[in-house]
Ligand binder design. Structure first.
Ligand code: ZN
Length: 137
């Protein structure tokens, strides 16, 4: 049992659906585990619990946006025998982002997702809503 830092009320560990703002689209709802004050409702996280929430939000965004899963990003990189440092050079992003995507803490942007798909040999798909007639242009 933890105690609320605002009102000293008892704050049991609860897992409840919570909705989070997520970049690039509508907010996502996950089953979130956190301490919640029984008196004032304050929600707070213990060590490591925030990372788990980030992972669940990132996983929900990956499903929402049809992105590759973090384990698929690792598989693409390993199939090419690239280090995270080499992947960061190829993609033009900071190396710590590669590890955050691979650990599932953040979803990769759509542009990066397309780059990974190209690296594993998938043809580019047209973005949704682009008329077919523009394909040849
Ligand atoms: Zn409280």
């Amino acid at each position: 049992m933890e105690y609320c830092h605002l009102c000293d009320g008892e704050a049991p560990l609860v897992t409840v659906p919570r909705t989070f703002e997520a970049s690039g689209g509508p907010s996502v709802t996950i089953n979130d585990t956190a301490y919640q004050c029984a008196r004032c409702g304050e929600v707070f996280y213990g060590g490591g619990m925030m990372d788990e929430s980030l992972r669940r939000v990132a996983a929900a965004v990956r499903v929402r946006d049809g992105l590759l899963g973090s384990e698929e990003l690792v598989a693409v990189r390993e199939s090419l025998r690239h280090t995270p440092a080499r992947m960061s050079e190829i993609l033009g992003v900071a190396e710590d982002l590669i590890s955050k995507w691979e650990q599932g803490l953040f979803p990769q942007p759509a542009k990066v997702d397309r780059a990974y798909r190209r690296l594993r040999g998938e043809p580019d798909r047209l973005p949704k809503g682009v008329p077919r007639s523009r394909e040849a242009a």
